[in-house]
Design a binder for this molecule. Structure first.
Ligand SMILES: [Zn+2]
Length: 121
């Protein structure tokens, strides 16, 4: 999930805060800024950046059951609006023979020197 700072780079679908402005909540006299961001705003960031699918290191030495080109030193980027939809795409393509599905904001490419193997869908 996106951090507060990352989520604040996009407009908030819930409270209509503008980019780089804090989320607000209604009060009796108007709206006041809050120190957190609405869930929809963080989800919006994740949706734009996609999810990263990686594979277990056993596929360095053994063939992947459904994808001969599998390389655990790289990743597949999945463009989907939610984690659940990204996971469904991963399962559609690879069954359960993958390791991690990571939102882009938490993905560190330095551990995957082979880079991007494919983009789905
Ligand atoms: Zn908001």
């Amino acid at each position: 999930m996106a951090t507060t700072a990352q989520a604040q780079t996009v407009p908030c679908p819930t409270c209509q805060a503008k980019p780089n402005h804090p989320c607000t909540q209604p009060t009796n006299t108007g709206r006041s800024a809050v120190g957190w961001v609405h869930h929809a705003r963080a989800t919006s960031v994740d949706r734009q950046a996609g999810y990263f699918l990686t594979f277990g290191i056993q596929y360095n030495t053994e063939p992947h059951p459904t994808w001969p080109e599998c390389n655990p030193k790289g990743w597949i980027r999945i463009n989907a609006p939610t984690y659940e939809e990204a996971r469904n795409i991963a399962i559609e393509w690879f069954g359960l023979d993958w390791s991690m599905l990571t939102p882009s904001v938490h993905f560190n490419p330095k551990f995957f020197p082979a880079g991007e193997l494919m983009v789905l869908p």
